[in-house]
Design a protein around this ligand. Sequence first.
Ligand SMILES: N#Cc1c(N)ncnc1-c1cnn(Cc2cccc(F)c2)c1
Length: 303
Amino acid sequence: MNRRYSERVITGLNHLASGKIRDLYAVGDDLLLVASDKISAFDYVLESEIPDKGRILTQLSMWWFRQLADLVPNHVISADVEQFPAELQPYKEELRGRSMLCRKLSMVQVECVARGYLTGSGLAEYERTRTANGVPLPPGLVDGSRLDRPIFTPAMKAEVGQHDENVSFEDMAERIGDPELAAQLKDLTLAVYSRAREIAEERGIILADTKFEFGRLRGGTLVLADEVLTPDSSRFWPADEWKPGRTQSSFDKQYVRDWLSSPASGWDRKSDTPPPVLPEEVVQATRARYVEAYERLTGAKFD
Ligand SMILES: N#Cc1c(N)ncnc1-c1cnn(Cc2cccc(F)c2)c1
């Protein structure tokens, strides 16, 4: 396992894997997803942590799973540590609010991305070919353009630390060897994104794009996995600052990006050096943005 994350791993639990921000453990036949307070920016996982980020994003995921339950089943058993198995009870204060006990799935090896707006890797391909994952798009689109209808832009999962490979729908269908499943992934991804985008826009937040992961239960049912519709798996933009033709302001990471890009940080993004520790005021302002996103979307106070 990558040494960088070793200090985060809860010794005594059966650790399976670590992503940049989260850790995965085996608990009997189930899995435990634990979100840290780490934050990434400019493709680096920063040394600084954002207090409560793991709890805020886990509780946001749980809220979205409940909002979407009529559209798609999900893998969550419980996010209440009081209901966790006995072997987890010694760790319950460390796990409280930031962990989800989930059913172990046979994961579909596709990152199911829905885009309602053009930016990032989708924009880069469009600027070269006027397509996104091989899908022709209208002329004249710019960074942040809202698409007439959301598009499905799948990616094949890459090794940790590498970027996923954007592929066409047809290529994805061939590589998973199941055209029916490919069509189901596309339909579900677009339906769930469309519902979530509406909910977010009613609350002044643009859900520009998002990445879903799906897996199958033992009986074959396709369910929504991983975390969903958080600022780590999606691009959240403040709707009142949206202006196509420029880089949009990130709802949650703009303070971090601006400070790291400013002379105050002393950091050169083009250098191979990792970003410096964040000033406390940037940490606290970023925490406040995560709390604001949670409270505006769910209508509940974060406590
Ligand atoms: N969700 C889920 C899931 C499931 N319900 N069943 C089987 N496998 C997974 C699963 C496998 N990789 N990941 C991503 C991942 C990697 C590293 C750390 C993380 F927190 C998360 C998720």
